[in-house]
Design a protein around this ligand. Sequence first.
Ligand SMILES: C[S@@+](CC[C@H](N)C(=O)[O-])C[C@H]1O[C@@H](n2cnc3c(N)ncnc32)[C@H](O)[C@@H]1O
Length: 314
Amino acid sequence: MGYFLNTTDDYHIHTLRSLGWELTVCNALYPENSPCRRALKSNASFGEHLFNFLGRFIPLTDLKNILEVGGGLGYLMQDFLTLAPDLRATMLDISPFLLQKQKETLTGLAVNFREMDFLKMAISELRSFDFVILNENLGDFPTLAFQQNIPEQNDPETVRSLNRVADFEKEYSLQFTPDENINIGALEAVEKLCMAAVPHIYLSEHSCETSGNHPSFPHLHFTAPGTPEKIALQGHTEFTIKFSYLQIIARAFNYEVFRGQYIDILPIDLNDKVQTALRSSAPLSDQQEILQHFIYDLYKYEYMIMTQDMKKKG
Ligand SMILES: C[S@@+](CC[C@H](N)C(=O)[O-])C[C@H]1O[C@@H](n2cnc3c(N)ncnc32)[C@H](O)[C@@H]1O
């Protein structure tokens, strides 16, 4: 039994030609006529919701340099630059295909584009940013995946990652159970952002620590496994994120941390259509299936805001 290093960089660099296979919440809410928008209290895009929500924690209009890592199709940044036109934005992505899509979406806006793996970015390069966004991509970063009956892996990256786990145990008193999958890339990413002392950071991803238990909708019920789960997707495998470990690292660097489920950012309107969809054990139409998946995601996704600005805004 042992660990192997699950990575997605090869897929993102060489294979990815569409995000359709993994419809992100941001993309699901982009079309104005999206059925998902009608399940929310406010008929707005993901970027608009997020911008308004973050304004409670971060002085968004005072910021200058913003970095978005893994911006997908660029919709979130399009909204942010519309709402705060003075922001100077940089989009960094490992995928040449998606970086090109971001260039198309953000045409005419003053944006820098960088094609690179975030995990290879130097700490010194991060220091110029006062806000960094990683929306729905921590699960793509390398994960030490536990598997019974595999021989010990001796490749340099797995060995390096296992050594890093030992560092994290020592530095931050993290305690990994002997067989849990370990989000080593996400841990390193958060540590790097903290070491660069980026004043404000927003992260989100599928979480292994959220649950759904709305009393009126038993079909929505799910419990939190507590350790990262495998998600098999088109051409690659991701893992859910154990945010409590990221929080421990952030607190060690004196960040104030706010965590919660996407339903805080995207409050649900329990109208008749939504209630009917949530009461059905099996969806009766495509639209019901879309709504069921979307609302499940609103409970399953977690966000984490890290800020060094100790005074919470109004
Ligand atoms: C699931 S998509 C999320 C896209 C977008 N943020 C959204 O919410 O719609 C993951 C994004 O992260 C990028 N990505 C994955 N691994 C990365 C890495 N190591 N460095 C930089 N970008 C990465 C992908 O190319 C893609 O743009």
